[in-house]
Design a protein around this ligand. Structure first.
Ligand code: SAH
Ligand code: SF4
Length: 407
């Protein structure tokens, strides 16, 4: 595959509507919180329910990003909203489009409090019959998984519910996934015509260390009167924050993925250090108790293939033993190297042997095909601008990937 990178030309790059002082965003608020904001700017009590419904529709069905487009809201109220609030998207610092259709955006969110503006990446992966958006939950990560590039970055802050949701809104804007401004009122892009059909919380950060914001954002993304993504098509991936796993099922109700990566505590302590706090036995117990778990609603276990570290057939055997009795899917992820990483990706032959073993035990074990390699869009490679590689490192890395995997 060639390494052409279609960057948007700077003139055509979308510009955010900048505001001098950052106004409070209405995106990511619950209906109750929206109602409270409307009351605060003097909307009469009896109108509030109706106004909340209108706002919800404009924000999440029509996907508008300026109050001026709210044609059924009075001019006075629009002016008031404009004066106090914002509904804009983050600034798109960079948009890269891979030769395989994968897109990666570097987004900048405004400073909060005394902090600085922050940057995160969001990735869109189109596939046959579906399009998956990989969303970040934090800037950096407090955890230090030894094979993950995000783990080497310092944790800057949690993203707000609005910032998590804005990644989805921005992607739908850019992919033409909202109805055109001139379609009749109430128009909604039918589910089968949508570009973003699935969301995975697998970008930067540990979503269960930002539980409340992730919960709010995902409940809005799956709200039937708005963005309407089915909870079956939303997957939250965790490194294993055991105390929040039950709540994830109970309060959010989305699909769960566990970054397992090792089947013995000793090795998992090294690869996924949160294992020292919540070892495998506790993690597996939490999985068994995941609300709604059934053969139709399985947990995905992610397993990164590290050469000579966790990829033996003994490991495969232990994996099957460990998952016994849990409705599970196994997702084998070829390791994506990054400069300075101390691991190598398992040989393709070994990955296939490992997968065969698991298949024979009755698990479909898809090997995740690396996507968007030319734009460094793969797992564990998402990073903020300040952490970006020098160009020379990047070219070297691309060369390594091609040599290693011969795409
Ligand atoms: N913090 C969460 C979600 C983000 S990471 C978690 O750990 O689950 C998303 C997935 O990418 C995880 O399974 C993670 O283990 C995997 N990953 C991280 N770095 C990787 C790398 N360099 N190569 C392959 N997969 C990686
Ligand atoms: Fe954080 Fe997940 Fe990376 Fe571990 S794998 S450092 S939890 S982002």
């Amino acid at each position: 595959m060639t390494l052409t990178i279609d960057t948007l030309n700077p003139e055509s790059r979308p510009r955010p509507s900048q505001t001098a002082v950052e106004k409070k965003s209405l995106i990511g608020l619950t209906r109750e919180e929206l109602a409270a904001e409307l009351a605060a700017i003097g909307v009469p009590e009896r109108q509030i329910g109706m106004r909340v419904r209108q706002l919800w529709h404009w924000l999440y069905v029509r996907g508008i990003s300026s109050f001026a487009q709210m044609s059924n809201v009075s001019k006075d109220l629009r002016a008031k909203l404009e004066e106090h609030y914002s509904i804009t998207r983050p600034e798109i610092v960079e948009e890269l489009i891979s030769t395989d259709g994968t897109r990666k955006w570097l987004l900048r969110f405004p400073a909060r409090g005394a902090g600085r503006p922050v940057e995160v990446e969001t990735v869109y992966i189109p596939d046959e019959g579906r399009g998956t958006l990989c969303i970040s939950s934090q800037v950096g990560c407090t955890l230090t998984c030894s094979f993950c590039h995000t783990g080497t970055q310092r944790m800057v802050r949690n993203l707000t519910a609005g910032e998590i949701l804005e990644q989805l809104l921005m992607a739908r804007d850019r992919l033409g996934d909202f109805p055109d401004a001139d379609t009749p009122d109430g128009a909604i892009v039918p589910a089968e015509g949508r570009k973003v059909t699935n969301i995975v919380m697998m970008g930067m950060g540990e979503p269960l260390y930002n539980f409340e914001n992730v919960k709010k954002a995902l409940l809005i993304a799956s709200d039937g009167d708005g963005l309407s993504l089915s909870k079956r098509r939303i997957t939250l991936s965790t490194s294993g924050v055991v105390p929040e796993i039950y709540r994830t099922g109970k309060e959010i109700g989305v699909m769960l993925a566990i970054s397992l990566h090792a089947v013995r505590d000793e090795l998992r302590n090294e690869l996924v250090p949160i294992n020292k706090k919540y070892p495998l036995a506790e993690l597996m117990e939490a999985c068994r108790n995941y609300p709604g778990l059934s053969n139709a609603k399985r947990i995905t276990f992610e397993y990164v293939m590290l050469k000579g570290v966790n990829d033996s057939l003994d490991d495969a055997r232990e994996l099957v033993r460990l998952l016994k009795g849990i409705p599970a899917k196994i997702n084998l992820i070829p390791f994506n190297p990054w400069p300075g990483s101390k691991y190598e990706c398992s040989d393709w032959e070994q990955i296939e042997k490992f997968a065969d073993f698991i298949n024979r035990a009755g698990y479909a074990s898809p090997i995740r095909t690396p996507r968007g390699r030319d734009i460094l869009a793969a797992c564990g490679q998402l990073k903020s601008q300040s952490e970006r590689m020098r160009k020379s490192d990047r070219l070297q890395l691309e060369a390594m990937m091609i040599a290693g995997h011969g795409e």
